[in-house]
Design a protein around this ligand. Structure first.
Ligand code: PMP
Length: 442
């Protein structure tokens, strides 16, 4: 007898879903069938307020006609173009537009299809750059505890999320981790950037003393660690990291997959914190999440280190079948146009104080042990139930869904990051729903 699954349109077994409690989901599925602006439509017809911009990516809101029309027009005109030894105009146009809005030390862009691919691309650029400069002894990479850098092997190696690492047995060698910057005993309930902890950057000096700077290629951090619960760097921390890296010839990589494209109220986290990295990783908001795409920004110094030798030789042995894909490039161009025309980064900045007050109004709710916010992102941390980590926040997630709001949870932390088109009334709805939910959950 065949053991093939009976694949009916609503048989849920064949799709092994990512980062999902599959058995729980398939008993009680939460299905999304349509979306518009700030809302999803659930399969039962309910409107669900999107409190998380999908997975931190739909910054301009859902099904924006300018973006969807750009994609369909592109699909009818040039559906695909080989990415190697061939080009198409939109990829070049997009690279130029990205450099226009990037920190002014950035000069070139490599295209990928996701945040994870962008991370591994950036790490490979860093290692290859050190070798191209004649500093091949610099093979070490420094990540940070509680960092999330996607799921590819480079990313989980420099990342600091224990379950994402320990399932697989093998990782890149030569990786060290800085301590995370979450200091609840000193910084709990800080509004915006926390005061204490800049000295944690000095741990980099300890790692340098241990291994010698001549062995270290790059340090990679998220300006704000998103996926592990919106951990905002203490005042002065990123500047300090920058200084130490510069002093020792170590590249500083910012993973801006979440902080890029307006989430903090400026184009990039680098702008918000006024710290320039050598390499900047993006994805998500680049195309408003609509077509998979990532972009890795590098300085002219890094790019130029590869541009020597015979002209007909390939300079960098890396790339993807879909690097700079025409549909993705069209989506990204239309997305950037939308951000600009609707001034969505400025809007996020203007709404940030309202967002901050709304979130912090939950301070006295049951089980809340910390609230954090910056730009249009925030987190509410709950006291874990002894022996049942993640349960309390997951219960909140399920109840919020029942009440018509999509939130995200990571461990015992509720993370929120609405599309940048959110209205004040919708912020109120989100926060009022959470207030009710927190009241109901034990
Ligand atoms: N880096 C960071 C900082 C992220 O937040 C994410 C995704 N949440 C990634 C990398 C991975 O992106 P993707 O899921 O597109 O591979």
């Amino acid at each position: 007898m065949s053991n093939r699954l009976q694949a009916t349109p609503n048989d849920l077994r064949a799709f092994w879903m990512p980062f999902t409690a599959n058995r729980q989901f398939k008993k009680d599925p939460r299905m999304l069938v349509a979306a518009k602006d700030m809302h999803f439509t659930a399969a039962d017809g309910r409107q669900i307020l999107d409190g998380t911009a999908g997975l931190w990516c739909v910054n301009a809101g859902h099904c924006r006609p300018r973006i969807t029309e750009a994609i369909s027009q592109q699909a009818g005109e040039l559906d695909y173009a080989p990415a190697f030894q061939m080009g198409h105009p939109k990829a070049f146009e997009l690279a130029n537009r990205l450099i226009d809005i990037a920190p002014d030390n950035m000069g070139h862009v490599l295209f990928t299809n996701s945040g994870s691919e962008s991370v591994d691309t950036a790490l490979k650029v860093a290692l290859a750059y050190q070798r191209a400069k004649g500093e091949g002894s610099r093979f070490r990479l420094i990540g940070r505890e509680r960092g999330y850098h996607g799921v590819n092997f480079g990313g989980i190696s420099v990342g600091g999320i224990v379950p994402n690492r320990k399932m697989f047995g093998t990782l890149l060698t030569g990786v060290d981790h800085l301590p995370h910057t979450h200091l609840p005993e000193k910084n709990a309930f800080t509004r915006g950037v926390p005061e204490h902890g800049a000295d944690l950057a000095d741990e980099l000096n300890r790692i340098i003393a241990l291994h010698d700077a001549s062995t270290i290629a790059a340090v990679i951090v998220e300006p704000v660690a998103g996926s592990t619960g919106v951990l905002i760097p203490p005042q002065g921390y990123l500047k300090r990291l920058r200084e130490i890296c510069t002093q020792h010839g170590i590249l500083l990589i910012f993973d801006e997959v979440i902080t890029g494209f307006g989430r903090l109220g400026s184009a990039f986290g680098a702008d918000h914190f006024d710290v320039k990295p050598d390499i900047m990783i993006t994805a998500k908001g680049l195309t408003n999440g609509v077509v998979p795409m990532g972009a890795v920004f590098v300085t002219p110094e890094i790019h130029d280190a590869f541009m020597h030798g015979p002209e007909n030789l390939i300079e960098f042995f890396h790339g993807y079948t879909y690097s700079g894909n025409p549909l993705a490039a069209a989506a990204a161009l239309a997305t950037l146009e939308t951000y600009k025309e609707e001034q969505l980064f400025e809007r996020a900045n203007e709404l940030a104080p309202y967002w901050q007050d709304a979130l912090h109004s939950l301070k006295d709710c049951r089980n809340v042990i910390d609230i954090r916010n910056i730009g249009l992102v925030g987190a509410i941390e709950l006291e874990p139930i002894a022996g049942q980590p993640t349960k309390r926040a997951f219960d909140c997630f399920l109840r919020a869904w029942e009440k018509g709001c999509l939130i995200r949870t990571t461990g015992d932390i509720i993370a929120l990051s609405p599309p940048l088109i959110v209205e004040k009334g919708q912020i109120d709805q989100l926060v009022d729903t959470l207030r009710d939910v927190l009241q109901e959950v034990d």
